[in-house]
Design a protein around this ligand. Structure first.
Ligand code: T3D
Length: 264
């Protein structure tokens, strides 16, 4: 049987491809377990400096598998959220490396919010997004009620969640839900180029940005200013900061390694 998650390395980028195309890459136990293992491996491997998450076939991810994971009547959905969805979103947000979601087709339910948990969300012209939960009597999970209002504002977040309307990738980009909508042709290569670009940047600074953005939702300005100071203090001790300044002065491209500060 083919792996339900294809994991490949392209240079310093780890590519994760959901691989249940006949189910539009709906999430089941096996996929959740594979994703957890894949993100743990990315975190542990210093040679990996960015991740790219995409889907095989015409879908990105149709959310929870309604036949396997959610079939069979009333059940404790909180248990599977505790077991799979929440750890996955937390792991993605806490990963000290950038994640690009390359949304290659429909992103529905938790599949849409899985994309939004990435740092940079790209979608091809033919992709679309739907908070499908309301159609089956659920609420947006996998961080949806957190990500949506922050990205598109309260009015649009409520409309998307309550009406469950499908929006195109173009509209998602126009609303600021995602970073960019790109042409279908050459989409994966273009997304990979973005991930490779991120992988060549100062990894410690990208990790610190993630930490700062993560904290910004709960922090007031004072706490956030203090956090920025602490993170920047650490950045000032990284080899990449020294390299960036040296490259600027020497009028040459910087060669960032992503190495941590000497005294960490
Ligand atoms: O505890 C917990 O786990 C709770 C967590 C919940 C998280 C959630 O994500 S809840 C939301 C679950 N997702 C959905 O409700 C979306 C269901 N899918 C759809 O509404 C539609 O399939 C789409 C809008 C995504 C795409 O529509 P369309 O017309 O392009 O494709 P299709 O024909 O509906 O689907 C193609 C095939 O994929 C089809 O199989 P078939 O008939 O050809 O054998 C369809 O059944 C299958 N498929 C699509 N989505 C799922 C799925 N199979 C299982 N689970 C799915 N989510």
């Amino acid at each position: 049987m083919a792996a339900e998650l294809i994991v490949e390395s392209v240079g310093a980028v780890r590519v994760l491809k959901l691989n249940r195309p006949d189910r539009l890459n709906a999430l089941n136990e096996a996929v959740h377990e594979a994703l957890a293992a894949a993100f743990a491996a990315i975190e542990a491997d210093d040679s990996v400096r960015a991740a790219l998450l995409t889907g095989e076939g015409r879908g990105f991810c149709a959310g929870a598998d309604l036949n396997q994971s959610l079939g069979g009547g009333p059940r404790d959905l909180g248990a599977s959220i505790d077991r799979h969805y929440n750890p996955l979103v937390r792991r993605m947000r806490a990963l000290p490396k950038p994640i690009v979601a390359a949304v290659n087709g429909v992103a529905a339910g938790a599949g849409a919010n899985l994309a939004l948990a990435a740092d940079i969300v790209l979608a091809c012209e033919s992709a679309n997004f739907t908070q499908a939960f309301i159609r089956i009597g659920l609420i947006p999970d996998a961080g949806g009620t957190h990500f949506l209002p922050r990205a598109v504002g309260d009015a649009r977040a409520r409309g998307l969640a309550m009406l469950g309307e499908t929006i195109t990738a173009r509209q998602a980009a126009d609303w600021g839900l995602i970073w960019r909508c790109l042409p279908d042709e050459g989409f994966l290569a273009a997304a990979l180029a973005v991930a490779a670009d991120l992988a060549s940047r100062p990894t410690q600074a990208l990790a610190a940005m993630k930490a700062a953005f993560n904290a910004a939702g709960a922090n007031g300005l004072d706490a956030q200013l203090d956090l920025e100071r602490d993170l920047q203090r650490r950045m000032g001790r990284t080899p990449d900061f020294a390299e960036g300044v040296a490259a600027f002065r020497e009028k040459r491209p910087a060669n960032f390694t992503g190495a941590p500060p000497a005294r960490d």
